[in-house]
Design a protein around this ligand. Structure first.
Ligand SMILES: NC(=O)c1ccc[n+]([C@@H]2O[C@H](COP(=O)([O-])OP(=O)(O)OC[C@H]3O[C@@H](n4cnc5c(N)ncnc54)[C@H](O)[C@@H]3O)[C@@H](O)[C@H]2O)c1
Length: 259
């Protein structure tokens, strides 16, 4: 299929575990892709691999000027922006709230929440100029409840939901839809590598075995949902939240028949 021919898609964190999967899939569906990355080496390598319809834009989502440059690149290189995926995110090193310093709190909120705010702010006029489009914010199932030791991350992902709903109201009349995806536990460096300042990775202490679908999610699982939400097939969906977690939110499955 070529659902995104003549469309331009900007994916933040576009060279990361999920981001690269999204970038490849949009590209395969005909889109021009902008890889918004702080890790310029990985972003450039992916852009080189994909060819002329792919570009790295060096982006720190916390920096308003680099957002302006990314939007300029979309419009000057590819003629406009149609889809923004606010995917870049970081986790805090696990710690109780009472042991979490303010700098850590602020850093996580800056990237995960302020990054999506600045992205929405920068992209909105460009999406309007393009005649409408879509923003998808990648939150987390951790943004639906509480998780001990992850207060900054949990709070940031809860807040993204409020941002999404408000943006959906503000931009709906301009043909811009804004939705949230809540991935569960997805096999990427995010769970396999410890957060900055931590010694253990999430994968060291998380097992999917008790849950309805007893496997880790794959980036491609999230990508499928993202492409649907970004496409005209989802034209009546805005301000919505989609959980993609293999049933993690349902709790543990029964492991055997009751006696
Ligand atoms: N992997 C999971 O289990 C999981 C679960 C729920 C939600 N998420 C969310 O999914 C999103 C993608 O995570 P992932 O699993 O691909 O992780 P990842 O660590 O593989 O990728 C994250 C990417 O974001 C980039 N990034 C970080 N800070 C940035 C900044 N300031 N500016 C620009 N880019 C920046 C990194 O360089 C990296 O390439 C994140 O928002 C994460 O919170 C992940």
């Amino acid at each position: 299929m070529n659902r995104f021919s003549n469309q331009t898609v900007l994916v933040t964190g576009g060279a990361g575990g999920q981001g690269a999967s999204h970038v490849r899939a949009f590209h395969a569906e005909g889109a021009n892709v902008l890889i918004g990355e702080r890790a310029a080496d990985r972003g450039a390598a992916l852009a080189d691999e994909l060819g002329p319809r792919a570009r790295l834009t060096e982006l720190d989502v916390t920096d308003e000027e680099s957002w302006a440059a990314a939007i300029r690149t979309a419009e000057e290189t590819f003629g406009g922006l149609n889809v923004l995926v606010n995917n870049a995110g970081i986790q805090n090193p696990p710690a109780l709230i009472e042991h979490t310093d303010q700098a850590t709190w602020s850093r996580i909120l800056d990237v995960n929440l302020t990054g999506a705010f600045l992205g929405t702010k920068a992209a909105a006029p460009a999406l309007r100029r393009a005649g409408g489009g879509s923003i998808v914010n990648i939150a987390s199932t951790m943004g639906l409840g509480g998780t001990a030791h992850y207060a900054p991350y949990v709070a940031s992902k809860w807040a993204v939901r409020g941002l999404t709903r408000t943006a959906a109201l503000e931009l709906g009349r301009d043909g811009v839809r804004v939705n949230t995806i809540h991935p569960g536990v997805i096999a990427t460096p995010f769970i396999h590598e410890p957060a900055a300042g931590a010694s253990a990775a999430i994968a060291d202490f998380y097992s999917p075995e008790p849950f309805a679908i007893p496997r880790l999610g794959e980036p491609a699982d999230v990508t499928e949902l993202l492409l649907f939400l970004s496409s005209p097939a989802a034209s009546f969906i805005t301000g919505a939240e989609y959980v993609i977690d293999g049933g993690l939110q349902l709790g543990p499955a029964l492991q055997s028949e009751p006696a």
